[in-house]
Design a protein around this ligand. Structure first.
Ligand SMILES: NC(=O)c1ccc[n+]([C@@H]2O[C@H](COP(=O)([O-])OP(=O)(O)OC[C@H]3O[C@@H](n4cnc5c(N)ncnc54)[C@H](OP(=O)(O)O)[C@@H]3O)[C@@H](O)[C@H]2O)c1
Length: 306
């Protein structure tokens, strides 16, 4: 299986490259007697090789690689700057995946496209199911929703995998920002009235490789780690675990504040919880609690430090 990974330098892209494809699951049953192990060959294309804002170039680049499966982990992910760059965000998050999906439809290839909880407005009182009506609050959310709709309308074999609150030992994310700020400051104020589930990029990468192996899986799916947290809960857990590992020397005071006291250019959903039960069942894969995954991520940082 020839896999083309886009966004290889990002948090998720790095995690996908670090995790082995689920080849044990990619075993093709050719006849009842003969079972053949299918190996996965992963290639990547960086932004230099294919800038997704140049959408007209995409089909020719894909022709060069002829992938059986495209994993799109690339996106315009800067939520606040997107408010002043809607055209660029739409091109990268909607038009580019549309071109990938159209190519996939023409070549009988499959596309796994990663999307976001920001397609929802956060007003639901429970976790969002994949078929709940989207209502994005921001330019970023609208551009990601347009990408979902375009790939699903393409006629290609497509999986839209939504995730939330992604973090990893590499790249920019809330967990790494907290570690930096807690080392610099005595006290921090963190939003406590927005909830979701922190999701380790390694966990999402496992789910994506499992999705790659399960060719029958299609349509919209949700993947996050297990449990519930506010940003404040997440910050407290980061402090506690980082102190225990010696990644922090002192315990900064953390104050809970309402989101209205931390204004940001783009509004965020108050509830980002994703209902992942159907996806876990379809993939035969359990998600660990977010605190366990945080522990794994901090372990990676500790090893990198020593
Ligand atoms: N981060 C979150 O909290 C979060 C939450 C929910 C969903 N998601 C979704 O999860 C996916 C992965 O997110 P992430 O956090 O891993 O993103 P990330 O770390 O910001 O990485 C984004 C990737 O996209 C690439 N990219 C951006 N613009 C490009 C362009 N014009 N042409 C080609 N490549 C381009 C980047 O390449 P460069 O290194 O060259 O910039 C990078 O490899 C995205 O679909 C995102 O929408 C993320």
């Amino acid at each position: 299986v020839k896999v083309l990974l886009l966004g290889q330098s990002g948090q998720l892209g790095q995690a996908l490259l670090a995790a082995p494809p689920d080849d044990s699951q990619l075993t093709a049953q050719l006849t009842t007697q003969l079972t053949t192990q299918v190996t996965t060959q992963v290639t990547t294309m960086s932004r230099q090789a294919m800038d997704l804002s140049e959408v007209d170039q995409i089909p020719a680049r894909l022709d060069q690689h002829q992938p059986d499966l495209i994993i799109n982990a690339a996106a315009y992910t800067q939520v606040d700057p997107a408010e002043s760059e809607p055209t660029l965000a739409h091109r990268i998050n909607a038009e580019a995946p549309a071109r990938m999906a159209q190519w996939a439809a023409r070549h009988q290839a499959r596309l796994i496209h990663v999307s976001t909880d920001f397609v929802f407005d956060g007003q639901r009182g429970q976790a969002y199911r994949p078929d709940d009506p989207p209502a994005p609050l921001s330019v970023y959310g609208r551009s990601k929703l347009a990408g979902e709709q375009a790939v699903l309308a393409s006629g290609a074999r497509v999986v839209v995998l939504r995730t939330a609150w992604l973090y990893s030992a590499v790249g920019h994310n809330f967990a790494k920002t907290m570690l930096r700020l807690m080392a610099e400051r005595d006290s921090l104020s963190i939003v406590s009235d927005q909830i979701g589930c922190p999701t380790h990029a390694d966990s999402l990468a496992r789910a994506i490789w499992r999705t790659a192996a399960h060719k029958e899986v299609s349509g919209i799916h949700h993947w996050s780690d297990a449990g519930v947290a506010s940003w404040y809960d997440f910050a407290l857990a980061i402090r506690e675990q980082a102190l225990a590992r010696g990644l922090l020397k002192q315990a900064a005071t953390i104050h809970p504040i309402p989101a209205r006291e931390f204004p940001q250019k783009a509004p965020r959903p108050a509830n980002s919880l994703l209902d992942c039960f159907d996806t876990r069942r379809a993939l035969g894969l359990e998600a660990a609690h977010w605190r366990e995954e945080l522990n794994h991520m901090l372990e990676t940082l500790s090893c990198a430090d020593s």
